[in-house]
Design a protein around this ligand. Structure first.
Ligand code: MG
Length: 461
C-alpha cells in the first residue's frame, strides 16, 4: 500500500473520530448560498485564465476566498448533476441516472424521487428557510417541483431554456410547449423575455436575502445561463470582447457582485458561506455560443476532465482562508455533508452518501479529504480517478456525434503532470491501472449492495 494512501487513510479515520455535530443556536448557524452556472467551462472565468471575459466580482471572490483547481460535478449533463448536488449522492443512487435519455425534457412525466432527502429538507430540522431561484430541471410535474423537495420558495424556469416551441432550431424533433416561468407551483409567465432572466433571478435573490437577514437561510441560485440560447440584458449585450457568450458570463459575474454586496451591506458576509460553481463543462459543439474548458480536454457530456471539472470558489470572510488556491479534490456532492456539518445538522444515516465534509479544506487549503473521483455516464462508470491518476474505461469525444469507444486496454493519465489528458501512460504504469481497478471494483460492489442504489428512473417516459 503506498505511503500517501496510508497517510490519507489515517487522516480520514482521525477526521471521522474528531468530527461531531456541534450544538449551536440559530444566531450562530451560517447561511448558505450556492450559485450554479449552467454549462460554464473551467476556462471561462478571469481567475481561471480566460483572456478576454471580464469577471471582476468572481476574481475578487477568489481573492477573498478559496479557489478550487480540482473540483468536479456529479455528472456531465444538467439533470443528474443537479440531483447529485442537492442529494449528496451519485445519480446511480438517487434515481436520476439513465442510459436512454440523459436529462428531463418537457414531455417527461417524473422527476427526482420523493424518497431522496435534499439539502433544504435536511436543513429544515435546524430551522433554515430555503429558496430555489433559477433553473430546476429535476421534475416539472406535480410531486417534483422545488417546493415539494424542501424549498420554501421557487422562482424560475423548470428546465433548460432551449426546450421551447423553437426547439427545432436546435435540431430537436419534437415541438415543445411555451417555456414557463414559475413562482412556487404556478406558471406566472409564458415565454418570458430571456434577456432579463439573470437580472430577475438576481433581484429575487437579493430580496430573499434581505427578507431573511435575521434567520438562517439557504439560497440555491442555479442560473439559466450560459446554457444556449444565450441572452444578456441591454446593459451587457455587445459589451464583451468575447462576444455574446462573454456578455452572458459578465452579467452572471455582475450578479455575483450584487449578491456579495448585499451580504456585506447587511452584515451577513461573515456568517454566510457562498459557493460558486457550474453544473457541467462547456457545450463545445455549439461553437461560439459555448464556453471553454481551458487547458482541460473536451467538455459537456463527456467524462474527460473538461466535462466534469468546473470552476469553483468558496467565500466566507473571517472563516475560509483568504486568497488561496487549493488542489484538494472536491465534488458538488461534498456540499451537502459540508453544509450540514456547519449547520449542526445530522447527515441521514439510512442511506449511503458519496460526499464528504470539505471544512478541513476551508481551514487548511493543503488538506485532502478525498482521493477518489468516479466519472459516470448514465448508470455506467466510464472513468475513475485515484489521487493524481485517472483511468478511462470508455470514452466519447463529444456530446453528440462520435460513438463511445470501449478501451480493452484502459487509458491512464497523470492529471497533476498532464491536466489536459494528452499522454497515455498505460504501458508504462500497468500496476497503477490494477490499483485503480481494485478501488473501482470495491466501489461498484458497494453500489450494487446498497439498498437504495439504482432506483428505477421514474422520470424516463
Ligand atoms: Mg448544464
Amino acid at each position: 500500500m503506498p505511503v500517501s494512501y496510508i497517510r490519507i487513510t489515517i487522516f480520514l479515520v482521525s477526521l471521522c473520530a474528531c468530527s461531531s455535530n456541534f450544538q449551536m443556536d440559530e444566531q450562530e448557524r451560517p447561511n448558505f448560498i450556492i450559485i450554479f452556472a449552467d454549462d460554464m467551462g473551467y476556462g471561462d472565468v478571469g481567475v481561471y485564465g480566460h483572456p478576454t471575459i471580464r469577471t471582476p466580482h468572481l476574481d475578487r471572490m477568489a481573492a477573498e476566498g478559496l479557489r478550487f483547481s480540482q473540483f468536479y460535478t456529479g455528472a456531465s449533463v444538467c439533470t443528474p448533476s443537479r440531483a447529485a448536488l442537492l442529494t449528496g449522492r451519485l445519480p446511480v443512487r438517487n434515481g436520476l441516472a439513465d442510459d436512454r435519455i440523459r436529462v428531463l425534457f418537457p414531455p417527461s412525466k417524473g422527476g427526482m424521487p420523493a424518497s431522496e432527502i435534499t439539502i433544504p429538507e435536511a436543513l429544515q430540522s435546524v430551522g433554515y428557510v430555503s429558496a430555489a431561484i433559477g433553473k430546476w430541471h429535476l421534475g416539472h410535474v406535480p410531486g417534483h417541483f422545488p417546493t415539494e423537495h424542501g424549498f420554501d420558495e421557487y422562482f424560475g424556469i423548470p428546465y433548460s431554456n432551449d426546450m421551447t416551441p423553437s426547439a427545432s432550431d436546435w435540431g430537436r424533433a419534437q415541438t415543445y410547449p411555451p417555456l414557463p416561468l414559475m413562482r412556487g407551483t404556478e406558471v406566472i409567465e409564458s415565454e418570458p423575455d430571456q434577456r432579463l432572466l439573470t437580472r430577475r433571478y438576481t433581484e429575487e435573490s437579493v430580496s430573499f436575502i434581505r427578507k431573511n437577514r435575521d434567520n438562517p437561510f439557504f439560497l440555491y441560485l442555479p442560473h439559466t445561463m450560459p446554457h444556449i440560447p444565450l441572452f444578456a440584458s441591454d446593459e451587457f449585450e455587445g459589451t464583451s470582447a468575447r462576444g455574446l457568450y462573454g456578455d452572458v458570463i459578465e452579467e452572471i459575474d455582475w450578479s455575483v457582485g450584487q449578491i456579495l454586496d448585499v451580504l456585506r451591506e447587511t452584515g451577513l458576509d461573515r456568517k454566510t458561506l457562498v459557493i460558486f460553481t457550474s453544473d457541467n463543462g462547456p457545450w463545445l459543439t455549439v461553437g461560439f455560443a459555448g464556453g471553454t474548458a481551458g487547458l482541460l480536454r473536451n467538455g459537456k457530456g463527456t467524462t474527460w476532465e473538461g466535462g466534469m471539472r468546473v470552476p469553483t470558489i468558496a467565500w466566507w470572510p473571517g472563516t475560509i482562508s483568504t486568497g488561496h488556491t487549493t488542489q484538494a479534490l472536491g465534488v458538488t456532492m461534498d456540499l451537502m455533508p459540508t453544509m450540514l456539518e456547519l449547520a449542526g445538522a445530522s447527515l441521514p444515516d439510512d442511506r449511503i452518501y458519496d460526499g464528504v465534509d470539505l471544512t478541513p479544506v476551508f481551514r487548511d487549503p493543503t488538506a485532502q479529504v478525498r482521493e477518489a473521483i468516479y466519472y459516470y455516464r448514465g448508470t455506467q462508470l466510464w472513468a475513475a480517478r485515484k489521487g493524481p491518476w485517472k483511468v478511462h474505461y470508455i470514452t466519447q469525444s463529444a456530446y453528440v456525434g462520435d460513438q463511445p469507444v470501449v478501451h480493452e486496454s484502459p487509458l491512464l493519465y497523470h492529471l497533476d503532470r498532464d491536466p489536459g489528458e494528452r499522454f497515455n501512460l498505460a504501458e508504462q504504469e500497468p500496476e497503477v491501472i490494477l490499483e485503480i481497478q481494485e478501488m473501482v471494483e470495491e466501489h461498484l460492489a458497494e453500489v450494487v449492495r446498497a439498498p437504495t442504489q439504482l432506483a428505477i428512473p421514474e422520470w424516463n417516459e
